[in-house]
Design a protein around this ligand. Structure first.
Ligand code: G16
Length: 538
């Protein structure tokens, strides 16, 4: 082995692989119980340094398990343009993370050779972490991993949300037009985009410039407080679940609200008020409100997506710009939202497998690509053509819709789904339309739906196709799902192995809540039977 990797061998003794299981780089990087991730973090640190040298650019390392419970943790690598790690490197990462300790140093040497890395290139790595108790310890493991590779510069941003880290990586890699490479630059960009967007006009119609934000007791509280201070004259943010003694993602946060379809703790519902929840690393956003019958109503990623798509396509039309707007969803998208986009807005809709990296890619096919998962994870991409056309239209004279488009673009963090940026985007649109949450909700009516989890011996026995809408293995499961869904009006259901938890997810929708619940339960029971369920039968 070359002397360059002696430190890998030396330091790896501090981080032995004692997980006792294979941990894969999934939908959102590595994710598992924090107690078994130290060696994974150490190895990811090494890989981030190599990836940076290979790309001759800054790479991000985000330590978080996002919406998962406090005891979990995880890590994802951010590629130079803010995108998720390239597929080929996901495979390398899984292989390296799971090797026996004795094989690590030679495997690292092998990666260098096979991927053509020049170790003489200076590496640059940005590291950030969420608020989990295990995150400082795991950050140290990442830093130790990076230190094994010579000639690397590291910036430890310490506490930062996932979208902030993506933003910083993009800015650092030369996209100065995008924003300043600092947390303050991020706060300034979003808040000034919002303030320019709403202009000097005061709030009108049914819109009230006040909102309660549930921060999931996570890092989002830190980031949104900074932004809230800058816009407090125009929008009052009341923060709840903003940290200790509250427990991260426990009975609160975007995932809790979306799946349980109810208010999080510490939120006092009142008709006419708007509420929003972020998730543990502030990359997802869900809105909700109490309707006039005191019923909980949710405005999820689909509703945010179509609010954005409608607004942006209207502005482009009024600005006289020939730009193609498109929407990208996943199988979780409510059937009513897809119909509304296609039939009412006449906007094309693409369907992709779960995981924002798939949606991000598909959204690049449009001038304005609005991509959201129903769970509230998403953003808007503007093509170079769209950016140039809007700028030209603004320069060439009195084109108010183009000006509005331009300031809206500044609010949007296109590098990745960003709950705070999306929240400001929603608020700017509601502000300009004079809409209440109810007005927004009136765009279309969601089909009732239900999500369930099933524990099975090995979730990977489930294989899917057609953007996860069909199950191709185990044999017979799809036929059973078709037969069950056929019993209910508007019945639709699909199953998929989770990429972030050791469970199978079941989605069901139908014409009534009772039918959606029944369909979900029946499909969950079929999964349990055909996939060797463990624990109590659903
Ligand atoms: C992560 C991904 C999301 C994806 C979610 C799915 O979310 O970033 O794009 O929707 O996982 O999780 P699962 O595969 O378990 O259904 P997050 O917010 O946890 O990073």
């Amino acid at each position: 082995m070359s002397a360059s990797f002696a430190k890998v061998e030396e330091l790896s003794t501090r981080y032995p692989n004692s997980a006792g299981k294979v941990i894969g780089y999934g939908t959102a990087g590595f994710r598992d119980k924090a107690s078994i991730l130290d060696h994974v973090m150490f190895r990811v640190g090494i890989l981030s340094a190599l990836r940076s040298k290979q790309k001759n650019a800054t790479i991000g390392v985000m330590i978080t398990a996002s919406h998962n419970p406090e005891d979990d943790n995880g890590v994802k690598l951010v590629d130079p343009e803010g995108e998720m790690l390239e597929n080929a490197w996901e495979k390398i990462a899984t292989k390296v993370a799971n090797l026996d300790d004795s094989k690590l140093a030679s495997a690292v040497e092998d990666v260098v050779k096979t991927t053509g890395i020049d170790l003489g290139v200076k590496g640059s790595i940005f590291v950030a972490r969420d608020t989990r108790e295990s995150s400082p310890r795991l950050t140290q493991a990442v830093l130790d991993g990076i230190s094994c590779i010579d000639n690397c510069e590291v910036v430890n941003w310490d506490l930062a949300s996932t979208p902030v880290l993506h933003y910083l990586v993009v800015c650092r890699n030369g996209n100065e037009a995008y924003g300043k490479c600092s947390k303050a630059g991020y706060y300034d960009k979003l808040s000034s985009g919002f303030l320019t967007s709403i202009g000097s006009k005061s709030a009108q119609g049914a819109y009230k410039p006040i909102i309660t934000v549930d921060c999931a007791n996570g890092i989002g509280a830190v980031e949104i407080r900074e932004i809230g201070n800058k816009i407090s004259n125009d929008l009052k943010l009341t923060l709840v679940n903003d940290g200790k003694p509250g427990i991260l993602n426990h009975n609160c946060g975007a995932d809790f609200v979306k799946v349980q379809q109810t208010f999080p703790e510490n939120v006092t519902p009142a008709p006419g008020e708007r509420f929003a929840s972020l998730d543990g690393d502030a990359d997802r956003l869900i809105y909700y409100y109490f309707d006039s019958n005191s019923k909980f109503k949710m405005l999820d990623g689909d509703k945010i997506s179509l609010l954005f798509a409608e607004h942006l396509s209207e502005l482009t039309k009024h600005a006289n710009l020939q730009l193609k707007t498109g929407v990208v969803q996943t199988a979780y998208a409510n059937g009513s939202s897809t119909n509304y986009a296609q039939d009412v807005l006449k906007i094309p809709v693409a369907c992709e497998p779960t995981g924002v990296k798939h949606l991000h890619h598909a959204a690049q096919a449009f001038d304005i690509g609005v991509y959201f998962e129903a769970n509230g994870h998403g953003t808007v991409l503007f093509s170079n053509n769209a950016i140039a056309s809007v700028r030209d239209a603004v320069k060439s004279g009195d084109n108010k819709p183009a000006q509005e488009l331009l300031s809206f673009m500044d609010i949007i963090n296109s590098t990745v789904g960003d709950a705070i940026s999306d929240l400001l985007g929603v608020e700017a649109i509601l502000y300009s339309k004079g809409w209440s949450a109810q007005d927004w909700d009136n765009m279309y009516t969601d089909l009732p739906n239900r999500q369930l989890k099933v524990s099975v011996e090995d979730r990977n026995v489930i294989k899917t196709a057609d953007a996860e809408r069909k199950c191709v293995s185990p044999l017979g499961l799809q036929d059973k799902i078709d037969q069950l869904a056929g019993k209910y009006q508007n019945g639709r259901s699909f199953v998929r192995p989770s990429g972030t938890e050791d469970i199978v997810r079941v989605y069901a929708e139908a014409n009534t809540q009772g039918n959606a619940d029944a369909l979900g339960k029946e499909v969950a029971a079929a999964v349990y039977e055909l996939c060797r369920g463990v624990g109590p039968k659903p």
